[in-house]
Ligand binder design. Structure first.
Ligand SMILES: O=C(O)C[C@@H](O)[C@H](O)C(=O)CO
Length: 274
């Protein structure tokens, strides 16, 4: 199995709480991004005390109450499956904070981590404030929900976005990278992809490669897999008949998404839509 591909597990953590993914220091080549997926049964509670990391808790499916410090956000979450394709609710939680998530229904939550540099207000990132963004033409079309974009000055390091790519299309395409701290031309951001497919027996292809090919992995990515992108271009192709969903977490030394397209494939952008 490719080194960048992580399969889902179901490791019980406490009563009614299961860890599906846990990408963290010690098991990842990533220095800035941490990523977990947890499943909570209705009524079950997950609690964590953050130290030097900030966190964005994305309610992928189901409903939950999130308490962060003195604030409680109730009835978060908008969908039973991610393929309802409506934006969802998330909560930004600052470093050195204790937070708690309680499932109001069975719920799946993505926990996105990155270095916290300052104490900031915790904040609800409401589904109501997310306008789906359409990108691309021809077979390069996708729909994007910007949960924590760089235009929102809410976090120190974290960028979070979810993307739908329909049957037969490519996204994160033409291939782009963001692995050089060379602003204003490019920023250095690591990235994780949490993937789902509809129907769930589907798979997508993701390649992660650098210009010199010292990194070049092509992966068949199945439902609930995670792909790590420490560096390089990272396009995704979706087979006919399936819809792809992925959640991206990005972080690096500067909180700005400035990508560089692979010059070999940039011509893709210059075509007429027809
Ligand atoms: O295809 C898209 O537009 C989504 C990607 O940009 C994805 O969010 C990503 O690769 C971010 O670097």
């Amino acid at each position: 199995m490719a080194k960048l591909l992580r399969k889902p597990k179901r490791n019980p953590l406490s009563k009614g709480v299961c860890i599906v993914h846990d990408v963290k220091e010690g098991n990842t080549p990533l220095e800035y991004v941490g990523f977990s997926v947890i499943d909570l049964d209705k009524g079950a509670v997950f609690e964590e005390m953050l130290t030097d990391q900030e966190c964005c808790a994305v309610i992928l499916t189901g409903k939950a109450t999130v308490t962060a410090g003195e604030q409680t956000f109730e009835s978060l979450g908008t969908r039973e499956t991610v393929f309802e394709k409506v934006p969802t609710d998330s909560v930004y939680i600052t470093k050195e904070e204790t937070y708690r998530i309680q499932g109001e229904t069975d719920t799946r939550v993505a926990l996105c981590y990155a270095p916290g540099l300052t104490k900031r207000p915790n904040r609800l990132l409401s589904a109501k404030d997310i306008q789906p963004e359409h990108r691309g033409i021809k077979m390069n079309q996708r729909s994007v929900h910007n949960i924590l974009p760089d235009s929102l000055d809410v976090a120190d390091s974290l960028l979070v976005v979810e993307v739908y790519t329909e049957s037969g299309n490519f996204s994160s395409y033409p291939p782009h990278k963001h692995d050089q701290d060379n602003l204003p031309y490019e920023s250095l951001l690591e990235e994780t992809y949490y993937h789902e497919q509809d129907p769930p027996q589907g798979f997508v292809f993701q390649r992660v490669y650098t210009d010199d090919r010292s990194l070049d992995e092509s992966m068949a990515v199945e439902n609930e897999d995670v792909v790590l992108v420490p560096a390089g271009y990272h396009p995704v192709g979706v087979p006919d008949g399936y819809t792809s969903y992925y959640l991206n977490v990005m972080a690096g030394p500067k909180r700005i998404w400035k990508f560089h397209n692979d010059p070999a494939h940039e011509w893709i952008l210059d075509r007429e839509d027809s």
